[in-house]
Design a protein around this ligand. Structure first.
Ligand SMILES: Nc1ncnc2c1ncn2[C@@H]1O[C@H](COP(=O)(O)OP(=O)(O)OP(=O)(O)O)[C@@H](O)[C@H]1O
Ligand SMILES: O=P(O)(O)O[C@@H]1[C@H](O)[C@H](O)[C@@H](OP(=O)(O)O)[C@H](OP(=O)(O)O)[C@H]1O
Length: 286
């Protein structure tokens, strides 16, 4: 039985008769092929990525597994439509906290249509993309009281985030106290989620090492998606050493990936370095 994902923090949504992704509850996330060639571009990217001999397996694990395309009834009732079949990155998680971070100071690919360029550059300038090399696209954090409720700022609120808001959200994301204008995020879970041998920073450093040399693809408007569950992070934070929070660090949204043509993707790499610095600051100065 296909249904809209329960936990989606950004992008097009299958609600109110809109076109958006569906999940089958058995581990597959179906993303409808978007128009304007974006869907076809995303299929071409996944096909190329998973068949390219130069992409190492430990890098492939940052991407959702790709299972081809499947024609399914679209969520907007427009009829049958091809969907990308991807691993559901939230599979097996009951109450995930997640944040979608769109990477790159510029989100528009070279030679894109003028109206698309105008739309993107306005968003890049008005958000933190130009200033920081990344922006928050969406976030939800499990209620620290341990219930299944979530703190999920509206899309409009997230769009207004400035640098200090981003800093606060990245701290709140790993805090055990509830978001409040009167209380600073306590960052109690920072070492468990951002730190450690398989925490976010360690994983982002592996990704960075690849981006320092890969010249196959340029990732415009793609996101880093961070996912973890508070219970596992709290357990990891309570251990002396070594217990993993199980945080997942993934890349999503490849509708605007271009061939690298032998040039490194300094736009994505710069954003990644900036994100790493932001997270290191949370870890070093909680
Ligand atoms: N494979 C996946 N498994 C689980 N959730 C996913 C997966 N891919 C994406 N998502 C969820 O869907 C959101 C949007 O994904 P994506 O950016 O691919 O969609 P989009 O409609 O192309 O977005 P945009 O409008 O920003 O271009 C992500 O923030 C995440 O919450
Ligand atoms: O992040 P926001 O502010 O929610 O805005 C969306 C985001 O910029 C997407 O990247 C974009 O899709 P593309 O990157 O594929 O253009 C989408 O455009 P769309 O609604 O015109 O598809 C926007 O609505």
């Amino acid at each position: 039985m296909l249904k809209p994902p329960e936990h989606q923090v950004a992008g097009h949504r299958a609600q109110d008769g809109q076109l958006g992704p569906l999940v089958d509850g058995c581990g597959i996330f179906y993303k409808p092929l978007q128009g304007d060639g974006r869907g076809d571009a995303e299929v071409a990217f996944y096909t190329s990525l998973f068949s390219h001999p130069a992409v190492p397996p430990h890098i492939l694990s940052f991407f959702p597994g790709f299972h081809g395309t499947l024609v399914l009834p679209a969520s907007d009732a427009s009829g049958p439509r091809p969907h990308l079949a991807l691993d559901d990155l939230l599979a097996g998680l009951r109450s995930p906290s997640l944040v979608d971070l769109k990477i790159g100071g510029r989100t528009w690919p070279p030679d894109c249509p003028e109206d698309y360029f105008q739309k993107c550059i306005v968003k890049d300038r008005e958000s933190t993309s130009v200033a920081l090399g990344f922006r928050v696209s969406g976030v939800q954090i499990q209620d620290p009281a341990g219930t299944d409720a979530f703190w999920r700022p509206s899309r409009a609120a997230v769009r207004r985030y400035m640098v200090e808001d981003v800093r606060r959200v990245l701290r709140q994301f790993v805090s055990a106290n509830p978001p409040s204008p009167d209380q600073k995020p306590d960052c109690a879970l920072a070492s468990a989620v951002y730190g450690g041998t398989d925490g976010v920073l360690a994983q982002l450093m592996k990704l960075k090492a690849w981006f320092e040399e890969q010249a196959l693809f340029h990732f415009y408007s793609a996101s880093v998606l961070l996912v973890y569950e508070k219970d596992a992070a709290v357990a990891a934070a309570g251990q002396q050493a070594g217990k993993s929070s199980g945080v997942r660090v993934k890349l999503v949204d490849f509708a605007h990936v271009m061939e690298g043509q032998g040039v490194i993707d300094h736009n994505f790499l710069g954003g990644l370095c900036s994100l790493i610095k932001f997270m290191s600051d949370v870890l070093n100065d909680p």
